[in-house]
Write a protein that binds this ligand. Structure first.
Ligand SMILES: *Cc1c(COP(=O)(O)O)cnc(C)c1O
Length: 418
């Protein structure tokens, strides 16, 4: 055995070499090859372990290789992996019922990713805003979204996304989308025309810092959309599904507000944490619009297949059984408070977020920090060029949070990097 020269090292190199030769270079990748994960720990091909505070970008909400999730997937795979949406199966009905219970009266459409869930929102807006009492001479198709938003990489997704760099090279983009500054109610009001069908925002903007909608903005948007008979849609792909300690981020944001009960969107897209690592997305649609998609109007082959739904049901059950939402609220608040202690020392200028969705703003490029943190064994996610995002698994322990804080503290309270 000892005669073999660094077998793990060559494994890393071989994976990266083949990858760069055969996989399209559409991502800026870090040269790490992960081979396994357990709980909040990841192991790379060189045998180095990391504490994962990126969670696969808000996906691995139960950590890695969670036994209940792995068991549910294996059991379902032996029973029925896929059937077509031309038929019924139990897991889809059960998952839809659970999601409606957690949301509000309405119905669910299933798909496979966040971008696809948002596609359903765009189509819903065009159909629902022109139906029933809303039917008028003027056909509505416009969707107002926020600057610095992120809604996915499909053609309509990049049109919806309020960042020029996402659209660059792919113009002309799908028509009908306009962007206004986030958290600016008057800007939305000014942008509404007779063609406007909907407003779409993230409850907490994720890709360019962690920027929560304000309570007044959410409540004002609801009133504004009601007044103009247009849909209010929330992209909860990243901030939803208990990420903030409540099922939806707007519940967290509006907590304790006297008008909180008055707020309910017309449609909400979810994905990422929904499957805990298994690809699945969905859209919850308010009962007022729940039958907008009639047979033949929308669909996807894999959407809500038995395997994906079994995975999501296992995640949902685990989060509730282990009371992880309370854990997120408690530990998230404590993590946020401790991180705020770094403000003003070293490069940290601001810390924002709710629950287990936290952004750290730096006065310098985030990339070298993220690399240094990784070398110290902590995985975090960039957010724009000058921000770091923490998106830990919901079951991250207090000890693991302290461990991450120690690593972060060493680096962020000094100017060691800059
Ligand atoms: C990740 C993300 C998407 C896109 O989801 P995909 O599964 O990558 O298609 C859309 N909206 C938001 C807010 C996201 O964070």
């Amino acid at each position: 055995m000892s005669a073999l020269p660094h077998p793990t090292k060559s494994r890393t190199e071989k994976v990266i070499r083949d990858h760069d030769k055969y996989v399209v270079p559409s991502y800026g990748r870090t040269p790490v090859v992960f081979v396994s994960g357990e709980g909040r720990r990841l192991t790379d091909a060189d045998g180095k372990t990391y504490l994962d505070f990126g969670g696969g970008i808000a996906v691995n909400c139960l950590g890695h290789s969670h036994p209940a999730l792995a068991r549910a997937i294996a059991r379902q795979a032996r029973k029925l992996m896929h059937i077509s949406n031309l038929y019924y199966h139990e897991a889809q009905s059960r998952l839809a019922r659970e999601l409606v219970r957690l949301m509000a009266p309405g119905k669910v459409f299933f798909c496979n990713s966040g971008a696809e869930a948002n596609e359903a929102l765009y189509k819903l807006a065009r159909v629902a805003a022109n139906a029933g009492a809303n039917a008028g001479l003027e056909r509505k198709y416009g969707i107002i979204t926020a600057r610095d938003s992120f809604h996915g990489r499909t053609m309509a997704g990049i049109a919806a996304t309020g960042q020029d760099k996402i659209k660059a090279g792919f113009e002309p983009v799908t028509p009908g989308f306009v962007h206004v500054p986030f958290n600016d109610l008057e800007a939305v009001e000014r942008a509404i025309t007779p063609q406007t069908a909907a407003v779409l925002i993230e409850g907490i903007q994720g890709e360019i810092g962690v920027i929560p909608a304000s309570p007044e903005y959410l409540l004002g948007l609801r009133r504004l959309c009601d007044r103009h008979k247009i849909l209010l849609m929330i992209d909860a792909v990243q901030c939803g599904f208990w990420r903030t300690g409540r099922f939806q981020s707007y519940e967290t944001i509006l907590e304790g507000h006297p008008d909180a009960d008055f707020f309910l969107p017309d449609a909400v897209s979810m994905a990422k944490s929904l499957g805990g690592g298994f690809p699945i997305g969905c859209v919850w649609i308010h009962k007022k619009y729940q039958d907008s998609f009639q047979p033949g109007m929308h669909g996807t082959t894999y959407g809500g297949n038995p395997l994906a739904c079994a995975a999501a049901l296992a995640v949902l059950k685990t989060v509730e059984k282990e009371n992880l939402s309370a854990h997120i609220r408690e530990q998230g608040a404590s993590l946020l408070a401790k991180l705020r202690g770094f403000i003003g020392h070293g490069p940290v200028t601001a810390v924002r977020g709710h629950g287990f969705m936290i952004g750290i703003e730096l006065n310098t490029e985030a990339k070298p920090f993220i690399q240094a943190l990784r070398e110290q064994g902590l995985i975090v996610i960039p957010s724009g060029t000058h921000r770091i995002r923490l998106l830990p698994a919901y079951n991250t322990t207090r000890e693991e949070i302290d461990e991450a804080l120690t690593i972060l503290g060493k680096l962020l309270s000094t100017s060691a990097i800059s």
